[in-house]
Design a protein around this ligand. Structure first.
Ligand code: CAA
Length: 258
């Protein structure tokens, strides 16, 4: 597929998707979201790719769903097309690890897509928010749920009810982002992190992701049991033998994703 609103690059096990609609601050219109879905399917199916990165531009990661495109939609239309599901949820269903690298605005659907990724690394200019309330709507791609799980009720209410933005420092303090670096260093940090992960065993990375995500879906007892069974199953992989042999032999492991 030829992309117009995103770029897709692949290098040494890492697939980088860059939103490329700068004039509209990467507003997530239907075409962009379709292209995102298609790029994610490509990376999911490509056995040479172990880790994905989702990023935007200097001024915006993404300033939300496209307001101009959706402003005249009627309720039956939104309901019948299950608006803000198709394409969008592909990010949360992506099975390989995916990192969001955020500079500038990550608002509304932009913040929601970033939160669907496994973790967010932010440049110091990043601004996160759920401004939907200022448009007479509420978040529709998981904002009220994922933000609350990430930062707790007080800040989630504060952001969703006032529409105010949170800067990178506040977002890190609140637990929304895993690290903050200078804008200049953002992509280097994100790619270094992705490359480090791409040297691990892919099935084991995927199991670790699945286990952490389970924490949001279940009780502690069930979650710990799920983790225990996955942990035990790693002993059926060649990569577990390789990882532990390499440690004992004081060398770097060479994982084969088997
Ligand atoms: N949809 C459509 N177009 C958008 C957009 C959006 N979400 N955000 C920005 N743009 C467009 C602007 O209309 C403008 O286009 P023109 O040059 O053609 O006028 C261009 O991008 C540049 O934007 P601004 O001139 O507004 O830039 P700014 O620096 O003055 O302000 C901003 C930046 C504060 C991010 C402002 O653009 C803004 O408030 N954007 C909307 C943010 C928002 O409300 N997002 C939530 C959308 S709803 C949603 O996402 C629902 C959901 O849960 C999925």
């Amino acid at each position: 597929m030829a992309y117009e609103m995103i770029e897709l690059e692949k290098k040494e096990g890492v697939g980088v998707i860059t939103f490329n609609r700068p004039k509209a601050l990467n507003a997530l219109c239907d075409q962009l979201v379709d292209e995102l879905g298609s790029a994610l399917s490509d990376l999911e199916e490509d056995s040479n790719i172990k880790v994905a990165v989702l990023t935007g531009g200097e001024k915006a990661f993404a300033a939300g769903a496209d307001i101009k495109e959706m402003k005249d939609k009627t309720y039956p239309e939104t309901y019948l097309e299950d608006f803000i599901t198709k394409g969008w949820e592909q990010v949360s269903k992506f099975r390989k690890p995916i990192i969001a690298g955020v500079q500038g605005f990550a608002l509304g659907g932009g913040n929601e897509v970033a939160m669907m990724c496994d973790f967010i690394i932010a440049g110091e200019s990043a601004k996160f928010g759920q401004p939907e309330i200022t448009l007479g709507i509420i978040p529709g791609a998981g904002g009220t749920q994922r933000l609350t799980r990430a930062v707790g009720k007080a800040k989630a209410m504060d952001l969703c009810l006032t529409g105010r933005m949170m800067d990178a420092e506040e977002a890190e303090r609140a637990g929304l982002v895993s690290r903050v670096v200078s804008d200049d260093a953002l992509m280097e940090e994100v790619l270094k992190t992705a490359s480090k992960m791409a040297k691990m065993s892919l099935p084991t990375l995927m199991m670790a992701k699945e286990a952490v995500n389970k924490a949001f879906e279940t009780t502690l007892k069930e979650g710990v049991m799920f983790e225990r069974r996955l942990f035990q199953s790693t002993f059926a992989t060649q990569d577990q033998k390789e990882g532990m042999a390499a440690f004992a032999e004081k060398r770097k492991p060479d994982f084969q994703d088997k």
